[in-house]
Design a protein around this ligand. Sequence first.
Ligand code: COA
Length: 373
Amino acid sequence: MKQAVISGTGLYTPAHAISNEELVESFNAYVALFNADNAAAIAAGTVTALEPSSAAFIEKASGIKSRYVMEKTGILDPRRMAPRIAERPNEELSLQAEMCVAAAREALERAGRTPADIDMVLVGCSNLQRPYPAMAVEVQQALGIDGFGFDMNVACSSATFAIQTAATAVQTGQARAVLVLNPEITSGHLDYRDRDSHFIFGDACTAIVIEAADAATSAHRFAILDMKLKTSFSNNIRNNFGFMNRFDEAGVGQPDKLFKQQGRKVFKDVCPMAAEMIKGSIASAGLEVPQISRYWLHQANLSMNQLISRMILGRDATADEAPVVLDTYANTSSAGSIIAFHKYQDDLAAGAYGVICSFGAGYSIGSVVVQKL
Ligand code: COA
């Protein structure tokens, strides 16, 4: 078996940002419109009045201050509350493939690789723009990569699960190098009319090059020492959007066809699962917790990350040990831990150890122990 390394990462950040204040202003305008439109029914007690949102609550409950999105005006329009993005003709590069290409170019550059060096493309994310042809095959064509590609969806854990698939292909010699992409257009599945979750997500795309250690030459190499994956069924994070929706017209457009979660239950269930997995993978790599310099955790909620860190370390993690990007990116689903990894790795000394960890719907949890070379 060959040793697999991460040799380069890339990040595409959308051009538009929405602050909590802007988001709340539009949400509260929607609430005022809804309550005015339904005033008679609310007075008669047949409709419940909607409550306003608050920027202070959002920051306190989640740690999120702002998020990036592919399109802003449609989201902030209180009569629409969804991005306004025109369909493209089939001859044009798809939006999700475009994000992938941008992130891929940076990852390839950091890896010191060209598309000719890649044999396999994996697109892993929570929401795919279409069922087929696979986004990965379109990205493969756009970059001029020979070989093969396919898409996979393990929700917020899509990146760690894709790293595992890619590293295995490299270890077994099936591919010289693999390009992993996580294009998250989470604004597509977020219900901006839902007070409990309208602030949670942001859009972004990450890219990772994984190749054999004996061939890798970049200055950004991390050896993959251990990979662990776990899934355990839960309805606490769910999205019922799918190709069978048109079989039952009554359900079309209902809120369950977007992201829905029982946030408190998720918090309670997932934190111990993630902490246990991280401790297990550190031990499997032959290491002990004090040897780990950095935790690149999934970026869903600041309190979740603080609790997971405490469960592992027995104390609060410093900002250096568990870097935070969700304050400006919000929850970018599978891209979150990789954004943290991409932005907070160049300062590590050769020999330093770190853990990438994702967690989310499924439930799904993934952990990857790496060493800076
Ligand atoms: N503005 C103002 N108040 C709000 C609000 C908003 N946007 N949304 C909810 N509230 C209120 C609620 O009505 C509730 O009021 P009450 O106590 O009077 O009933 C109170 O704030 C607490 O609501 P709750 O939903 O229980 O908040 P929370 O502290 O659990 O935080 C989440 C909600 C979603 C931020 C939090 O549960 C979470 O992040 N969980 C982790 C799940 C996650 O991130 N999943 C992603 C995939 S891993």
